[in-house]
Design a protein around this ligand. Structure first.
Ligand SMILES: Nc1ncnc2c1ncn2[C@@H]1O[C@H](COP(=O)(O)OP(=O)(O)OP(=O)(O)O)[C@@H](O)[C@H]1O
Ligand SMILES: [Mg+2]
Length: 252
């Protein structure tokens, strides 16, 4: 962890009754980095993401992004500070069109400079933003589809676009490939690789092919602790990691 890390988590602690779900976790994400977080079921990955995004209160530790202290901030304040997330369960408005979802997200994150624009200019700016987001996630051909009727893979892409509307500097992705077939997974890998140019990413994923393809750094959680952290080759060769995770996770 260098002093210049984009994101730093120090000594994070979360207890659920007697269970130490997050056990003094230190984690850093550098600018431009895709940092993958892996670990067996129940290791504490989602809990960690919920602590970082502010959905769960911390029992200890602190967080900062780009030198801004996030500890104690509400989730929407963290989004404003540059931290955006996708959910394991998709967060799109199913009865609205893809375009309406994107317009809504663009509007929610429009800066205060909008106050000085005419209504016409503001609407054009929102439309441009929405179309650019659709382009980024490869949904420009589906703008007028009702979001809830899209195939699963396309809904996940829309979910990513909604998170991108906040112009994050750190994007949290909790199992973006969950429930996807091979074709959709490949497309999601390509999308995440493309996003590297605009935001750092903390990626939680069970699909090891995807993790090893995308990650600059991998941290392994086990019983709420960071068991190991390093580049892909280091993690692949780490005996304890193989024992607790890779060796037992034969399906991926
Ligand atoms: N709200 C909660 N109340 C009590 N215990 C919880 C709560 N949320 C999670 N836990 C427990 O904390 C531990 C970590 O759970 P978590 O969901 O963070 O794991 P995970 O690594 O995301 O697992 P998975 O790979 O299955 O998504 C588990 O033992 C879980 O049962
Ligand atoms: Mg989880």
């Amino acid at each position: 962890m260098s002093a210049a890390s984009l994101f730093q988590a120090r000594g994070l602690v979360k207890r659920f009754g007697g269970l130490l779900a997050t056990d003094h976790v230190d984690l850093a994400v550098e600018k431009g980095e895709i940092h993958a977080l892996i670990g067996p079921n129940g290791a504490g990955k989602s809990t960690l993401v919920n602590l970082i995004s502010g959905l769960l209160p911390l029992d200890g530790g602190s967080l900062s992004l780009d030198g801004v202290e996030l500890t104690g901030l509400a989730p929407h304040q963290r989004v404003r500070a540059g931290l955006s997330r996708c959910f394991q369960v998709t967060s799109v408005f199913g009865h609205d069109t893809v375009l309406d979802n994107l317009l809504l997200a663009a509007q929610a994150h429009a800066g205060s400079s909008f106050r000085f624009l005419s209504r016409r200019s503001a609407e054009k700016e929102l439309m441009d933003t929405a179309l650019a987001l659709a382009e980024t996630v490869d949904l420009a051909g589906a703008l007028h589809r009702i979001a809830g009727t899209l195939p699963h893979g396309a809904q996940r892409k829309l979910d990513v676009a909604l998170a991108l509307a906040a112009r994050p500097r750190l994007l949290l992705l909790d199992e973006p490939m969950a429930g996807m077939g091979p074709e959709d997974s490949l497309q999601m890998v390509a999308l995440i690789e493309k996003l590297r140019a605009q935001t750092a990413i903390l990626l939680i994923e069970h699909d090891m092919d995807a993790v090893f393809q995308l990650a600059d750094r991998v941290s392994v959680l086990d019983y709420g602790r960071v068991l190991a952290s390093g580049d892909v080759d280091y993690i692949k060769g780490h005996p304890e990691v193989q024992a607790v995770y890779l060796g037992t996770d034969t399906e991926t």
